[in-house]
Design a protein around this ligand. Sequence first.
Ligand code: G3P
Ligand code: MG
Length: 245
Amino acid sequence: MINYPRIIAHRCGGALAPENTLVGLRIAARMGCRGVEFDVMLTTDGVPILMHDETLARTTNGKGWVAARTAAEIARLDAGCKHHRAFAVEPAPTFHAALQLCAALGLWANVEIKPSAGTEAETGRIVAGAVAAHLAAQPGAALVLSSFSSLALQQAMQLAPAVPRALLTETIPADWREQLAAVGAQALHTAVQAVSPERLAPICNSGIRVACYTVNDRATADALFAAGVCAVFSDRIDLWRAEEM
Ligand code: G3P
Ligand code: MG
């Protein structure tokens, strides 16, 4: 069974840092988080980087499609200034750099494979290969791979079978058992709006771990834990004391 921390910092450092950045990982660790989640997408030259959107404008000082830029071009962008000028010049890191920092900080990591449209299998293959290489060098690293894309997760199942997988969904599908089995997933990561105690019970009772995104208040988190959810992704990691996370 996958060992989850209770509170997972969403997109590295939640609302306390620019999303999907190394400074976010450092802040999450400093706040006492044991686990982080981040999104991984490919550049046009096939380098996995931390990025949520397919376009650059919301989180960086760049424009256009992530999948149209090289890793060298992305590395020159500022991924901190849109959050706050105090974070200016913070780059969008490579996946490799994020994994290295998680290992150095002792952070459990949920790697969300976030393919640009049409690159599902390729992104899954490259991310899984990078994870397998990382685990060969850092055998103790605690990682879970997740994705909304079952194609990406199937690649992960083939190339890094020992790394636990979670299927990401916006709702709980009626055929959740079949969908999880198709990608060999031991966990379901689903939207908080999708869950109810009745929907959760059969899933949790079957041994599948359920984690919910995105939970930004304690009362909702407590109700989810009481209903059997094992972890929540949160932007508000400041709501919990270190010993509660
Ligand atoms: O992995 C949980 C959550 O991050 C999924 O939603 O859009 O924030 O990547 P999103
Ligand atoms: Mg995500």
